[in-house]
Structure formats: structure tokens, C-alpha cells
Design a protein around this ligand. Structure first.
Ligand code: ATP
Ligand code: MG
Length: 141
């Protein structure tokens, strides 16, 4: 599974009409989309997804934001997908994100920052399973 990552186009980017441009950027960078959906997360689902951040001061803000409007989870495939997508995504705070990254171009601030990307192969596997059944995913990996 080291060729797979879970990305989410977050509610700010979907609401701003930037999903198409972000997907174009993802495809232009050589990722293949193996699954996609659009989902308005419940507060409970957002809390479960970001459970690792439960003790962080921004947890309430983050889970309120992630359940505020529809988001688009994507299963992406590329060699070294986790690291490659984190490079494309840029730093958490768009003020620190490098030129050419999705967050540099589309994120509003550190909280509403356009995209999520898995941070390890192990978490990618868990996060893919959070949103998708095996039968929703194209190809064998
Ligand atoms: P993500 O996990 O969404 O891909 P990340 O790995 O760059 O982002 P994390 O440290 O895992 O960053 O934080 C998860 C998310 O929590 C961030 O993307 C952002 O939306 C939010 N967040 C992180 N730090 C802050 C903060 N200081 N204030 C507000 N929101 C924050
Ligand atoms: Mg993270």
C-alpha cells in the first residue's frame, strides 16, 4: 500500500469552487484517482477522523470546520504517494507553504487549508477504509 494515499479536498476549497482546479493539479502531478466521493461529514465523523488530535487546542475548531459543508475524499495512487502528496499539498499554514503547492494557492489559513493528506502508509490505509469500501476502489493493490 506504499503507493496509496488518502486526500480530502476540504470544505473551504469545495465551497470556493476550487475542487476542479485542485483535482487538475493532482492529475498533472502524476497521481491516479482510484476512488472519489463527496460527503458532508457529521460532527461525529469529523471527530472520529481527526481523533489523533483530540487533545489539541484546535480540535473543536477543526471538527466544526470539517463538518461545516461537503468535502471530497480521494484515494490517490502514485509511487511514494504519501510523501509525494504531502509535497504537493505544502505546509499546514499557507503562509509557510512553498510556491506551486496546493495550500499556497488555495488555502485561506492554517485551519481552513484546502486539503488533507495522510501522514504515513499505515494511516493512509486506515483513512482509505474510513471513507471507502474495498469494492469502491479501482484496481488491485
Ligand atoms: P492534515 O492532517 O489535514 O493533512 P497537516 O498534516 O498538515 O494537515 P496536522 O498537524 O495533522 O496538519 O493538523 C490537522 C489539521 O488541523 C490541519 O490541516 C488544520 O486544518 C488543523 N490545524 C492544525 N493546526 C492548527 C492550528 N494551530 N489552528 C487551527 N487549525 C489547525
Ligand atoms: Mg495531519
Amino acid at each position: 500500500m506504499e503507493n496509496i494515499t488518502l486526500a480530502i479536498i476540504k470544505p473551504d476549497a469545495v465551497a470556493a469552487g476550487n475542487a476542479g482546479k485542485i483535482i487538475d493539479r493532482i492529475l498533472q502531478t502524476g497521481f491516479k484517482i482510484r476512488a472519489s466521493r463527496i460527503i458532508h461529514l457529521t460532527r461525529g465523523q469529523a471527530e472520529d477522523f481527526y481523533a489523533v488530535h483530540r487533545e489539541r487546542p484546535f480540535y473543536d475548531e477543526l471538527t466544526t470546520f470539517m463538518s461545516s459543508a461537503p468535502a471530497m475524499p480521494l484515494v490517490l495512487e502514485k509511487s511514494g504517494a504519501v510523501e509525494e502528496f504531502r509535497k504537493l499539498m505544502g505546509a499546514t499554514d499557507p503562509a509557510e507553504a512553498e510556491k506551486g503547492t496546493i495550500r499556497k494557492d488555495f488555502a485561506k489559513n492554517k485551519g481552513e487549508n484546502a486539503v488533507h493528506g495522510s501522514d504515513s502508509d499505515e494511516n493512509a490505509q486506515k483513512e482509505v477504509a474510513f471513507f471507502f469500501a474495498q469494492s469502491d476502489i479501482l484496481g488491485n493493490f
